[in-house]
Design a binder for this molecule. Structure first.
Ligand code: CP3
Length: 355
């Protein structure tokens, strides 16, 4: 567990320390764009069977590292493991999004929910973290993750994916105390989940607030930001997680970067709708930034990919504290060779920038 890291660029960048080049990893780097992922998933039978087998989850976590010189590994799992462990009955219909058999709609539904047992219903996640740490042999750090309370609530109340998650928004307006009770239970669950991943061996943590940007500014502060701040505070209060860097990623929330940095997190994920130069100004050197290439650029030719990678890196400039990533997850139709072009260009241009 205390094995020295062979590559600590990612952790150094999150501490805003100097690095030899810019570290890079890719959101959803283990996923359907890789034929070897599709093969392992077929062997597992379903996405949940894959996620619930620590050995297979480890296998797919390591697959992208065999192909590309990535500077971090991310636990193979999903944000919806928490609601599944709360008894909502998660399934993924083939080629479709997530579905809950028992969505949360009424006061009775909310009052039934409790914090899941991290070494009980969610033990398979902690076992996966332990197996992956062992098999990584210190090559790169392992990122653990969770959904944000707001984003988990979006799926739990809707019962499936949605363009606007209007059911949860309606609950926020019509029954705010009920919405707050749900979000508070989720904040306690998310904190316990991340602390357990840290105790199991995760070396950095990330919170995906994929749907925070659906909220207006005041609602974002009340229903999304506030509960992420609660999570940050809980992580800072616990010895297992206190010293781990935490990245918050609120998609579509470029106008809230300053407020997100105020939570005391180490880094912020940034989507492609804001220039990193403006994002740097907004956070004034208080946190590292992770992002922010439009994932659709990977559908373009290698020359365009290299040019757009350099554009993102020029926007950040020659300063410490940049982790290169996409502005959201990689999509299934991307050619894996294009990911190699991206990763190699980040490292080559990062060295050139440091001159
Ligand atoms: O980044 C990684 O490589 C780690 C694995 C990871 C997955 N999901 C695996 C997965 C991570 C970090 C997630 C997070 C996640 N899951 C988010 C937040 C990040 C984001 O992309 O916004 C969200 C909103 C989910 C919920 C979810 N899981 C949806 C909407 C879907 C179906 C849509 C889709 O992209 O297929 C999933 C399934 C899922 N989670 C897959 C993977 C690789 C595809 C399932 C399959 O193999 O069929």
């Amino acid at each position: 567990m205390t094995e020295a890291l062979q590559n600590d660029r990612f952790l150094r960048a999150l501490r805003r320390e100097a690095t030899d080049t810019t570290p890079v990893w890719v959101m959803r780097q283990a996923g359907r764009y890789l034929p070897e992922y599709r093969a392992t998933r077929a062997r597992a039978g379903s996405f949940m069977a894959l996620a619930q087998s620590p050995e297979l989850a480890c296998e797919v976590t390591l697959q992208p590292l065999e192909r590309f010189e990535l500077d971090a590994a991310i636990l193979f799992s999903d944000i919806l493991t928490i609601p599944d462990a709360m008894g909502l009955g998660l399934s993924f219909a083939h080629g479709e999004g997530p579905q809950f058999a028992h969505p949360v709609r009424t006061r009775a539904d909310v009052e039934k929910l409790g914090v899941p047992d991290m070494e009980g219903e969610l033990r398979y996640v902690m076992d996966a973290v332990r197996v992956i740490r062992r098999e990584l042999h210190g090559r790169v750090p392992l990122i653990g993750f969770s959904g944000s309370p707001w984003t988990l609530a979006c799926y739990m109340v809707e019962g499936q994916g949605s363009r606007d998650f209007a059911r949860l928004k309606a609950m926020c307006w019509n029954e705010p105390t009920l919405a707050h009770r749900l979000l508070d239970t989720l904040a306690h669950s998310v904190a316990a989940y991340l602390i357990a991943q840290a105790a199991a061996g995760a070396q950095a943590l990330m919170v995906f607030d994929t749907w925070g940007g659906l909220l207006g500014p005041a609602a974002f502060r009340e229903f999304s930001l506030r509960y992420m701040a609660q999570v940050v505070e809980a992580l800072k209060a616990h010895p297992a997680s206190r010293d781990l860097p935490l990245i918050l990623f609120s998609k579509g929330a470029g106008q809230h970067l300053g407020a997100l940095a105020d939570t005391g997190c180490a880094g912020l994920g940034v989507d492609w709708t804001i220039d990193l130069a403006d994002a740097r100004q907004a956070v004034a050197g208080r946190v590292a930034l992770q992002g922010n290439l439009d994932p659709a650029v990977l559908l373009a030719s290698p020359d365009v990919i290299r040019r757009e990678v350099r554009r993102v890196m020029d926007s950040y400039g020659n300063h410490p504290g940049h982790v290169f990533n996409l502005g959201h997850g990689i999509t299934p139709e991307v050619n894996p060779e294009h990911v190699k072009v991206l990763v190699d260009e980040v490292h080559a241009y990062g060295r050139q920038l440091r001159g």
